[in-house]
Write a protein that binds this ligand. Structure first.
Ligand SMILES: C[S@@+](CC[C@H](N)C(=O)[O-])C[C@H]1O[C@@H](n2cnc3c(N)ncnc32)[C@H](O)[C@@H]1O
Length: 530
């Protein structure tokens, strides 16, 4: 694959095949081999882009198309409102017709560029891997058509949702559970019988973060949260803006590839092989450093959502880099989406959030934090700030905060976690105050709470790999539930069941704003009123 990346044409062909982008790959390859005009156009575009790149000293002006932004926005809005087909064959046919119409319009001259670009945009919106398609567009379309979008490629990529069915691919069959619609929303059910103690599935988080006190002490891996004394290798430390120590070269590389390079380093946020722009100037690098410093200072001074804030930043970065990972050789294994085997990523990462419940965090603090994160990302990839609007940031924080797990090791977790003034709740069967850090898991996020849960999230590997273990025998089709809070005694047993019940319910209300309706709560309420 590496050698194939030496020419754009080969890159495109390889990328499309690697990504499983059959429709366009077949179309593109067919045209490339059989259509001399297309080949000529491709060569012309390539040399023009090369000449432009050499001539250009600064970041290209992405809104140089001459199309007024309002007109463009309105046109895109209209496209978004058009209903999309649901069947794969209809989507494919829509995709092909838009591509072909877009190409037809593009060759008719500048007055058709907007219409042509809109066709390509519509094709993009039904495409499962938008960034790959954008790269193909960039390499094949005439620059004015490409640039008429007025947005840089990354921004477009993360804006586009896959229209291909999420439930078709998620959760992966190997997890042995299903997501089902029920009256109360989505539930997770067992695909087969399990015995007490069985591991139902294993899952790595999309984003994880070490607790602030451990980050400062540098005792645990910043990515997999493993205790460094346990890892048997010297910690790999980085000089990046955000303090980080890693248990291994693998973890350090994975963190770098997935989020660190984009968020907290001064290196290019885009893999060089994507060739998406000139290198950043010294001024741009300094602006980036300042933006990172300001964001970090702000997050550290506002501990209310300290872990969730970093998780959101890492999630956003992960979302962007996940798309590019498909384009470049992977430096890490494939196992950080749902389980150790990886999953079929025919949907965008953000689709994992949109079906979950969330609370909307309020206050100027959240807005300010979103703005600072937007500026940090903008300094790394121009245009990215438009993606992190106040409202959007608030929602993402709400999703992640509401659905994250507290990662703890051993039976009862750790002692001595500093008490926070405003507790940041995470789901934890031993209590948030015994965790080493927080993590967001795409599949486990769907698990509801029960005070008598039938499954338990455990971390027996001493890192963020979650093992979902059956607490008792489970029948196929049974709904799975975990404890979001401590439901039994840990070290200090509560004196009476009533005290225990009240504490659980208070914590659930404070952390997740719901009144627990589980069978145990109902039974205990009936007993105490009898
Ligand atoms: C992640 S969701 C659980 C899956 C959920 N059925 C859904 O629609 O996504 C968590 C939400 O489910 C509801 N929930 C979970 N456990 C509950 C419980 N024990 N009692 C009442 N509501 C619960 C609450 O509204 C909570 O906000």
């Amino acid at each position: 694959m590496t050698s194939a990346r030496s020419t754009s044409v080969a890159t495109i062909a390889v990328l499309t095949v690697v990504g499983g982008l059959v429709a366009y790959a077949v179309y593109f390859d067919y045209k490339r081999r059989n259509d001399p005009t297309f080949r000529k156009k491709l060569r012309k575009c390539k040399s023009k882009r090369r000449a432009e790149k050499v001539a250009s000293e600064s970041t290209p002006d992405v809104s140089s198309s001459g199309v007024p932004p309002e007109e463009l926005r309105e046109a895109l809005q209209q496209i978004k409102q058009q209903p999309l087909p649901t069947k794969p064959e209809e989507l494919e046919s829509l995709f092909m017709s838009q591509i072909s119409m877009g190409e037809g319009l593009a060759v008719q001259g500048p007055s058709f560029y907007l219409q042509s670009a809109l066709c390509f945009y519509r094709a993009l919106s039904v495409y499962p891997a938008p960034l790959e398609l954008i790269v193909i567009y960039q390499k094949t379309l005439q620059p004015p058509v490409f640039e008429v979008y007025g947005w840089p490629p990354w921004l477009l990529a993360v804006r586009c949702y896959s229209a291909v069915g999420y439930f078709q691919f998620f959760p992966p069959k190997s997890c042995s559970v299903s997501l089902k619609h029920s009256e109360g929303g989505l539930i997770v059910t067992a695909d087969r019988d399990f015995k007490a103690g069985d591991v139902i599935y294993k899952e790595y988080p999309v984003a994880s973060v070490l607790d602030p006190d451990l980050t400062i002490r540098g005792t645990h891996c910043s990515r997999c949260l493993r205790e460094l004394a346990d890892s048997g290798v010297a910690a790999v430390r980085t000089d990046d803006a955000f303090p980080a120590a890693y248990c291994s070269e693998d973890c350090a590389t994975a963190a770098r590839v997935q989020y660190e390079a984009l968020l907290f380093s001064l290196e290019s946020a885009l893999p060089p092989s994507l060739n998406l722009g000139p290198p950043a100037s010294a001024t741009a690098r300094e602006a980036r450093r300042v933006a990172q410093e300001k964001y970090i200072e702000y997050v550290q001074a506002h501990p209310e959502h300290a872990n969730a804030s970093v998780l959101v930043a890492r999630f956003i970065a992960r979302q962007a880099t996940a798309e590019t990972e498909k384009l470049v050789a992977k430096a890490i294994s494939d196992d950080d989406y749902t389980d150790a085997e990886g999953s079929d990523e025919s949907y965008s990462l953000e689709e994992h959030l949109v079906r979950l419940r969330f609370t909307l965090p309020e206050g100027a603090h959240v807005e300010q934090e979103g703005t600072l994160l937007g500026r940090l990302l903008e300094a790394a990839v121009p245009g990215f700030d438009q993606f992190v609007t106040d409202n959007r940031y608030k929602k993402m924080l709400g999703f992640i905060h509401y659905n994250s797990f507290g990662v703890y090791f051993g039976k009862d977790g750790r002692d001595g976690r500093p008490a926070a003034k405003d507790a940041e709740y995470t789901r934890s069967a031993v209590g948030t105050d015994r965790q080493v850090g927080s993590a967001f898991y795409t599949l486990s996020a769907y698990l509801p709470h029960s005070c008598a849960p039938n499954v338990r999230a455990t971390w027996p590997a001493g890192n963020t790999q979650l093992h979902l273990v059956a607490e008792r025998d489970i029948k196929a089709g049974e709904e799975l539930s975990v404890a979001y809070v401590r439901v039994g005694a840990i070290k200090v047993p509560e004196k009476t069941p009533v005290v225990c019940r009240v504490r659980r319910r208070v914590e659930l209300m404070a952390g997740w704003q719901f009144d627990c309706t589980c069978t145990r709560c109902k039974e205990e309420a009936a007993e105490s009123s009898a």
